[in-house]
Design a binder for this molecule. Structure first.
Ligand SMILES: [Fe+2]
Length: 139
């Protein structure tokens, strides 16, 4: 259906860390754009730049998150970085598949499930560490 958002952002997805919430929302918004272009038949000219944007945005986001987690001495940092590496690799591969316009439903489904799962399960585990960091910075 045209003009229907693929992922509806909800405040339940917020972690309460402003820069992280903003970037998560930006990533979801990019996935929605990808869905929109596919739905409206514009995938030919727009999939490549959208996937490039998603890959780069993902990289920027992971760098932001990892730097904050390192500063906060997050004990599961290595494990979290490994997850990020895995997603960055998968996203690159999906980007190639999407550019060949192979199975776009699978690409969208993977992105949706991975991101919502990551935000609401794995990222949620570091909230208390980053909130402490933000509180310290506020003084
Ligand atoms: Fe993360």
């Amino acid at each position: 259906m045209k003009n229907i958002l693929y992922i509806v952002w909800s405040d339940n997805n917020k972690l309460g860390i402003p820069i992280i919430d903003e970037q998560h929302r930006g990533i979801i918004s990019t996935i929605n754009s990808l869905h929109y272009f596919i739905q409206t038949g514009h995938e030919h000219e727009i999939i490549k730049p959208t996937m490039t944007m998603l890959e780069q945005y993902t990289e920027v986001h992971f760098k932001t998150e990892e730097a904050l987690l390192a500063e906060a001495n997050y004990p599961a940092l290595e494990e979290h970085i490994a997850l990020h590496k895995e997603l960055a690799k998968r996203t690159k591969k999906l980007s190639i598949d999407a550019n060949r316009r192979k199975d776009s439903d699978m690409v969208l489904k993977f992105l949706k499930e991975w991101w919502l799962g990551h935000i609401n399960k794995k990222d949620r585990q570091y909230i208390s560490y980053l909130r402490k960091l933000i509180d310290i910075r506020a003084f």
